[in-house]
Design a binder for this molecule. Structure first.
Ligand code: SAM
Length: 299
């Protein structure tokens, strides 16, 4: 493979370019606009109805869909991609994926790269996009519903909740990718008002909880594990730092679950927000200011 078509050299070059100047397209398009090139589409958490309308339209017009394998529901592929060639990206490295998408695009086929959830969360989309861009093929993002949002809907809670949780952390546990020093789960829990959403951590729940206990955290802090949120076989386990490991062990899930730590899991103890209290009654000078625009309001 020549330097020009080597994905690693594309990634290195893009890193430099990103530092030097912003991409003009940032100012030319809105998220959701159909654009030239290959869209990197978020499939959502699983239920085909949780795909965006933009994503659905792109899939319906696709000739080739390169999808993220087991986390993209086959029902979604059957419903929207029946007419298209579908290929899984599992087991393919960049050296195989990039020519696959490039050749199809250059042959005039509509190519869609379909990621699970939202491609911007643990999706490794940018490296594929940069490698394609280096080959002269434009790319763009189409957002999707990330699995943490599907899990919070299942739990009938909010990830931010007045007087309970003011922040949300999207994170993953230590392992092959993160060192122990790069694992910040214990720090997020320590902060007390953070809802910690753990991706890629189903297999590591027991170890993660043991570490939290070793770090001195209260074993009664609520933890939920939502397996396959929005899929027909969705399974919800609710426990605490002290109990969730055993519950998960009994359920037998080793992958494909969202782990949420914090009081937002139960929603207990929240207080009425300013948004529909004092703020609502205070009024506004501007007719087009909705309550949601009042950034200072506590939600
Ligand atoms: C490679 S990451 C991709 C995340 C994806 N981009 C997103 O926004 O949800 C895969 C991890 O996302 C989580 N995940 C993806 N889909 C899920 C679902 N339907 N229910 C629960 N967790 C899910 C799991 O933690 C899984 O290990």
């Amino acid at each position: 493979m020549s330097d020009e078509t080597d994905p690693q050299s594309a990634i290195d070059a893009a890193g430099e370019r990103r530092r030097a100047e912003l991409d003009d397209r940032i100012f030319d398009h809105n998220a959701g606009d159909e654009q030239e090139g290959i869209p990197f589409v978020g499939a959502g958490p699983g239920d085909p109805r949780l795909l965006t309308v933009a994503g659905k339209e792109l899939l319906e017009a696709a000739d080739l869909v390169v999808h993220a394998g087991s986390l993209v529901n086959s029902e979604l592929l059957a419903e929207y991609c029946d007419h298209a060639e579908t290929v899984t990206s599992i087991g393919k490295d960049l050296e195989e994926l990039i020519p696959l998408m490039r050749d199809a695009h250059e042959a005039g086929r509509n190519v869609v790269r379909l990621h699970s959830g939202d491609p911007a969360i643990y999706g490794a989309a940018i490296e594929q996009m940069d490698a394609l861009e280096q080959e002269g093929i434009p790319t763009y993002f189409v957002p999707g519903v990330t699995s943490a949002f599907a899990a919070s809907a299942t739990l009938r809670t909010q990830l931010t909740l007045n007087e309970v949780s003011n922040h949300v952390a999207f994170t993953r546990p230590q392992g092959k990718t993160l060192t122990a020093e790069e694992d910040h789960i214990s720090e997020f829990v320590e902060m007390g008002d953070v809802t910690t959403c753990i991706y890629l951590g189903t297999h590591a729940v027991a170890d993660t909880m043991d570490r939290l206990i070793d770090d001195g955290h209260d074993e009664d802090i609520p933890v939920a594990v939502v397996y396959h949120a929005s899929w027909p076989d969705e399974d919800v386990l609710v426990g605490t730092i002290g109990t969730i490991g055993e519950k998960l062990d009994a359920a037998g899930h080793r992958a494909s679950a969202m782990v949420i730590i914090g009081d937002a899991v139960t929603g207990a103890g929240y207080e009425r927000s300013y948004l529909y209290g004092d703020w609502a009654n205070r009024g506004s000078d501007s007719d087009d200011t909705e309550p949601d625009d009042q950034e200072t309001a506590t939600q």
